[in-house]
Ligand binder design. Structure first.
Ligand code: GDP
Ligand code: IMO
Ligand code: MG
Length: 428
């Protein structure tokens, strides 16, 4: 029963989309198990570049069944906009399956996301403004709208009424916004039902049957370990479970079916939005990483905050997720540095620690302790085997592997499918 998880080991944008695409042709299902259109995955195939938000990256591979799992929150207009965009470019999206249990993002979720951020002021999270947090909050408060509710107008109306009851008080009395009517929400959601219908399925049942047949199910995480609502840098996180455990609940598959957990980590580190980031660079080094690595958000276009590789974070991600293989991406971006700092520990209020501090205050106080590795000047984007890499690049990878405590099975040397050095096969 081979289920394989691909997830982010840092703060997102590690190159999960490319990794999933790389494995695409060898798997049967690709399941997005958490998040929504806060994600942004850029996949480059030859001269074509695709930016995916809500659709699983497997949508680009012929023969694969892409699945939006129950753990995802769906903005229906974004879903169809993305489907139309791919269809126009000749990608067949008809195999897509959408869980009947996935929750729906409505206009009031987007509104609430934006107004609460504004209200928080300097304490804001820096969300993508897509309504993700409010939709998951409704799910947990048991006033969410699910995909299946769209097919029973009476039920839908009741649920929307229930959802709006408190929200309209909040919108009008606290946020000074206009009240939202039940009719406008019902109309907004029903506009998509006819088109949605053929995609909706009992995805947990189908995935369970696929695993019974020994088909390969790849579970694709959005966001990343440090953005996980339980295990990330709370409250500066997203509102879903982006770690390996979330793959089980978000797809409805048993833990024992997971045979491999592939963590994706950049050879340095980036973060979008607010929150602590020990190795963040505020100088021209950070700007150089941003420019060379094209570190601007796929979803919001925001400049990504950049810093050096952080070993305690890698060890933490390895432990929380049970990562069996690490894919180290964007090594090519590090060509041209005389020496490369790697954070091997933190100084927390005068004490040296090698694990993530237990408390958020501790993490806010963490200052990086660096070791410096010799850099290389060669362009490595053409490397396809370890032997093609300059000795300093190999030593850098060895150092990260040894300190992170997880074996590195592949190295990204460019955005394209084939710009990868595979050390250990990721599937067999
Ligand atoms: P995701 O959200 O984890 O899927 O990552 P994003 O797509 O948001 O960001 C990763 C970016 O890096 C994308 O633009 C990819 O095309 C690009 N990329 C992925 N792997 C590599 C690599 O090894 N080298 C370089 N230079 N770019 C890469
Ligand atoms: P991928 O899948 C990077 C960040 C936002 C913000 C926080 C909460 O492309 O790696 P949200 O809108 O989710 O409530 O925002 O999480 N964030 C991401 N950062 N990559 C992502 O996705 C992200 N999805 C959300 O910037 O700090
Ligand atoms: Mg991204």
């Amino acid at each position: 029963m081979p289920a394989i998880v691909v997830l982010g080991a840092q703060w997102g944008d590690e190159g999960k989309g490319k990794a999933t695409d790389l494995l695409g042709s060898r798997v049967d299902y690709v399941v997005k198990f958490n998040g929504g259109n806060n994600a942004g995955h850029t996949v480059v195939i030859g001269a074509e570049k695709y930016a995916l938000h809500l659709l699983p990256s497997g949508i680009l591979t012929a023969g694969v069944v892409p699945v939006i799992g129950n753990g995802v929150v769906i903005d229906l207009s974004v879903l169809f906009h993305e489907i139309d965009g791919l269809e126009e470019r000749g990608i067949d999206t008809s195999r897509l399956l959408v869980s009947a249990n996935a929750h729906v993002i409505a206009s009031y979720h987007r509104t609430l996301d934006k107004v609460t951020e504004r209200f928080l002021g300097s304490r804001k999270i820096g969300t993508t403004g897509r309504g993700i947090g409010p939709t998951y909050a409704d799910k947990m408060s048991r006033v969410g709208i699910r995909i299946q509710d769209l097919f029973d107008e009476k039920i839908l109306r009741q649920k929307v009424e229930g959802a709006l009851e408190q929200k309209n008080h909040l919108l009008v009395k606290v946020y000074n916004r206009r009240a939202i009517t039940v009719d406008e929400v019902v109309e907004e959601l029903l506009a998509h039902t006819e088109r949605l219908h053929p995609y909706v399925a009992d995805t947990t049942l189908l995935l369970g049957e696929a695993l019974e047949r020994d088909e390969v199910v790849l579970l694709e995480g959005g966001q990343a370990t440090l953005l996980d609502v339980d295990h990330g840098t709370y409250p500066f996180v997203t509102s879903s479970s982006a770690t390996a455990g979330g793959a089980c609940t978000g797809a409805g598959i048993p833990p024992r079916s997971i045979t491999r957990v592939i963590g994706i980590a950049k050879a340095y580190i980036t973060r979008v939005g607010e929150g602590p980031f020990p190795t963040e660079l505020f100088d021209e080094d950070g700007e150089q990483l941003r420019q060379v690595g094209h570190e601007f958000g796929t979803t919001t276009g925001r400049p990504r905050r950049c810093g050096w590789y952080d070993v305690p974070i890698a060890r933490y991600a390895g432990r929380v997720n049970g990562i069996t293989d690490l894919v180290l991406t964007k090594l090519d971006v590090l060509s041209g540095w005389e020496r490369i700092p790697v954070c091997v520990a933190y100084d927390v209020d005068g004490e040296r620690v090698t694990e993530l501090p237990m408390t958020q205050t501790g993490f806010h106080h963490a200052k990086p302790v660096y070791e410096y590795l010799p850099g290389w000047t060669e362009d490595i984007s053409g490397a396809r085997t370890l032997a093609d890499l300059p000795v300093q690049a190999r030593e850098y990878v060895d150092f990260l592997e040894q300190r992170s405590g997880v074996r590195i099975s592949a190295i990204g040397v460019g955005p394209e499918r084939d710009q990868t050095v595979v050390i250990h096969d990721l599937l067999t």
